[in-house]
Design a protein around this ligand. Structure first.
Ligand SMILES: Cc1cc2nc3c(=O)[nH]c(=O)nc-3n(C[C@H](O)[C@H](O)[C@H](O)COP(=O)(O)OP(=O)(O)OC[C@H]3O[C@@H](n4cnc5c(N)ncnc54)[C@H](O)[C@@H]3O)c2cc1C
Length: 499
């Protein structure tokens, strides 16, 4: 059985110009060597296990097909894609369960009584390894696709956890509202997944992350329902909301989320500048008193790919001519998008490059992962890691992590490049988002070692292990053991522990 494993495979294959530029620049031959499919041969669910599940589930509530079971047993991170490519996914769930809200509580209870473990699956876009299985116990995946309500209230909405971001936002827009969370995975990720990973979107400078946008949750556990009061704020110690945010599906099944809503903006304003260097750009951002809704500053290498790889239209040629004339062919591109009014960034050490680059960024904001799909199919390994650091530490985190990448490349002798951008700005600091592409022997082991080198570099220089990708299985080794123990003490007997 063949199963597609790339993010949005089949619908996201754009940005060929950028890919061609990358291939020319590094003399990488990009002929297709992999179709993005995994060979997934797994035995059928044993008859006795099927019978056991069907003793308390209706046939329409459960799927035993190997394809669905496989799809529900991994996310979209690069290590997981490589595991799938090389047949290294060794364990998949025994069944996928699709509860309706009114049955969720009973189903969780029954699963626990019958000695099952369970994972929860929203849109499957996890990049932290949180959907991978390791334990030997009988395990099902609970798919949230039937939790689909959207009820607009006064300045908030009750949103079914199984709605995908784009579906929920469409429902909000039909009421002239926005939910304000726009992760790059917006089309495929779900509201429940956003809460469980404490996700944050591209407009977080204004709206904040899920910790700011979530008023409350309704969460089913194997022991009963936890639900926040629908109030603007309360002071009752740890609330259901706090147990749900960043829980990785281990504390309960979130069925609905009370999310804040905001009026749709009256207008969007676009702007861009090229700074002499990434360093100058960072200095300018750190001095801004009010951050625009989106501010994304690319380092010199990412800027080069964005500007030089965008194609060869007459307009682009003219634009490049202008950059040459202004002696800014190389530099660091800042794109800015703001609601309702224009925002002017600090001008020192930079030139204006108009609204074009910001509009072009916005046009590709959800389809850009398509670049990765072409690279994957060409035998390269694209990956991303992100961190956050205070303004004091941010340059060291950036510079030392690049250094660590190139030292590791030299030591191991593989092909590879790394680039970064700054996004998600805070008064105290920002998120640095690294993208890297490698090609080498034993690619899974190589990638795992490299990721460890980079994450350790973040932490050694004052950064976090991750800013928004969630803790999952991959980031556990970097967590304080006391903190992990405290977090695990809240986990549900059905959903937590080894599985
Ligand atoms: C191309 C790409 C771009 C991305 N961009 C961003 C970004 O800009 N910002 C960002 O923050 N993240 C981003 N991510 C990461 C990912 O999209 C987020 O972590 C997202 O919130 C996961 O949502 P999901 O519905 O896909 O959850 P899943 O992948 O299905 O699950 C993720 C975790 O949440 C748990 N979970 C899911 N639903 C529920 C529920 N209803 N109740 C309890 N637990 C649940 C699962 O058990 C699992 O542990 C990106 C990922 C990809 C592949």
């Amino acid at each position: 059985m063949k199963v597609p494993v790339l993010y949005g495979q089949g619908e996201m294959e754009g940005f060929r110009n950028e890919v061609e530029y990358i291939s020319k620049k590094f003399s990488w031959n990009l002929s297709e060597s992999w179709d993005g499919m995994a060979d997934a041969e797994f035995p059928d669910t044993p008859d006795e296990l099927k019978a056991e599940l069907l003793s308390f589930l209706g046939p329409e509530e459960v799927d035993f097909s190997p394809e669905e079971r496989y799809r529900h047993s991994l996310g979209k991170s690069s290590p997981e894609i490589l595991m799938a490519k090389h047949g290294r996914i060794t364990r998949i769930v025994d069944a996928v369960v699709f509860p309706k809200e009114e049955r969720a509580q009973q189903i969780l209870y029954d699963l626990l009584q019958h000695g099952f473990r369970a994972t929860i699956y929203g849109g499957g876009t996890s990049v932290s390894g949180s959907l991978l299985l390791s334990g030997k116990e009988k395990t099902v995946s609970i798919d949230t696709r039937n939790f689909r309500k959207f009820i607009a209230k006064n300045h908030f909405a009750i949103v079914g956890s199984g709605l995908r971001g784009a579906e929920a936002e469409r429902a909000a827009n039909s009421n002239r509202l926005t939910l304000g969370n726009f992760p790059e995975s917006f089309i495929h990720s779900t509201i429940g997944g956003w809460v469980a990973t404490k996700a944050t979107g591209q407009e977080s400078n204004y709206y904040g992350g899920m910790e700011n946008l979530t008023l409350g949750v309704k969460m089913e556990t194997s022991g009963g329902i936890l639900q926040d009061d629908l109030v603007p704020r309360e002071s009752v110690g740890i609330q259901p909301r706090d147990l749900a945010l960043g829980s990785d599906g281990r504390n309960g099944l979130i069925t609905e989320v009370a999310m804040k809503t905001f009026p749709l903006p009256d207008g969007r304003y676009y702007n861009s500048r090229i700074y002499n260097s990434f360093y100058d750009g960072i200095t300018s951002l750190s001095r801004m008193k009010i951050f625009p809704v989106v501010a994304r500053l690319s380092d010199e290498k990412e800027t080069e790919f964005a500007l030089m790889g965008a194609g060869d239209s007459a307009a682009l040629k003219l634009f490049r001519g202008y950059l040459k004339l202004r002696r800014h062919s190389k530099g660091s591109l800042l794109v800015i998008v703001n609601n309702n009014r224009a925002v002017l960034p600090v001008r020192k050490n930079s030139i204006s490059t108009g609204s074009g680059p910001a509009k072009s960024w916005e046009n590709g904001r959800y389809s850009r992962p398509g670049i990765a799909n072409i690279l994957w199919k060409s035998g390269l390994v694209p990956d991303t890691l992100e961190t956050s650091a205070t303004w004091e530490n941010i340059w060291a985190v950036y510079a030392e992590t690049r250094k660590a990448f190139y030292s590791f490349r030299q030591a191991k002798g593989f092909q590879g490049e790394i680039m970064a951008h700054l996004s998600h700005l805070y008064r105290e600091g920002a998120c640095i988002y690294f993208t890297f592409i490698i090609r080498g022997e034993s690619e899974l082991e190589l990638l795992q070692e490299l990721r460890d080198v980079l994450i350790r570099s973040f932490m050694a220089n004052g950064g976090s292990a991750t800013h928004h990708h969630g803790k999952g299985r991959f980031f556990l080794p970097y967590m304080d053991s006391l903190l992990l123990k405290a977090q695990e003490s809240y986990s549900d007997p059905l959903l937590g522990g080894e599985r």
